[in-house]
Each structure stands twice: as C-alpha cells, then as structure tokens.
Design a protein around this ligand. Sequence first.
Ligand SMILES: [Zn+2]
Length: 177
Amino acid sequence: MVEQSGSFADLSLEVMLPGHESVLDELRRLVTELEAHPAATGRTRWNWFPNLMDRPAGGDDYVVYLVGSITLFSTGVDWLDVELHLAWDPHRVVSASVNVACWCSENHNQHSVHQSYWAAETDAALVEAFTEATAVLTRFLDSTRTDPDDLRTAAGLPNPRSHAEAGRPAQDAGSGA
Ligand SMILES: [Zn+2]
C-alpha cells in the first residue's frame, strides 16, 4: 500500500506525525525550500506507506514509512538519487542519503554512498532532524554532482565498464557475406 505525491506540501503530515501539529509548518517550509532547489525542481517524488506508519511491535528492523527522492540521474539501469526518510529504527528517525545503482557482480540493486540519521521523537528533535537532513541534501545538490560513476569510485564500488557499452544494443555480428 503506497500513496504518492510530487510535493511534500501535499502530504497529510497531520496523519503521519500525530501530536506534532505545532511544528508541521516548519517542516513544510524546510522541505519546500529543498524541493525548490534548481537541481530538484520537477525531480521530486514522495511515497508514503500508511500500513507502516505505526511503530512495529518488537523487531528492530529499519522500516521506512515515508520516502522522498530527488532523482539527479537515471538511465533506467543506472541512477543517482538523494532521499529523505521518515522511518522506525526502532524509534522514529529522519535520514538523508545519497544512493547509486549497484554494479557489483552480485546485484544489490543500489548502494547508499552517504547516509545520516537523526532521532525524531519530539517536536524539537523533528525540527532539528529536518533542518540537518535538508541542509545535508542541499549541500549535495549545490555540489552539482550527477555522475554515479564518480560516487561509486569514491566509495570503492565497481562501475559499469562504460555507459555507452551498457546501453548499446547487441552488435549485429555474423550477418556478413
Ligand atoms: Zn552492489
């Protein structure tokens, strides 16, 4: 079960963060500013998982219930995006991450080359977490880095041999004569 939105301002934060009504406008202001970054405009998508909104009983898995992503590069088989999460870990946290597609021989789908977490249980912690997370992501957008190869190399991860090669249709070999 997922509900989607193109902008943070359209999310039902009153439902996602019950009891924190007094800081929701501040959270909206912070994220709307991030979404207005020139590198983010038109590239933002929010997915909310209402069935995961309650803190899981027992278990200490990292469970994301709201994810906002800004896609900076994508060919379908390779990508670079930044994400902001609301998640249980097992208490509520906000996280900011920079993610690239995986090109390991074993496919892990993607890797987070940067990830930070902030506790977000109280009004004050929520504001601080969103302030820090949006600042981290804004700094990454400011860096204008859009090449996942560079980030994988810096993280010691393998790259595709070349994007041209990865995206090239099979050669029509053996059709001569
Ligand atoms: Zn991998």
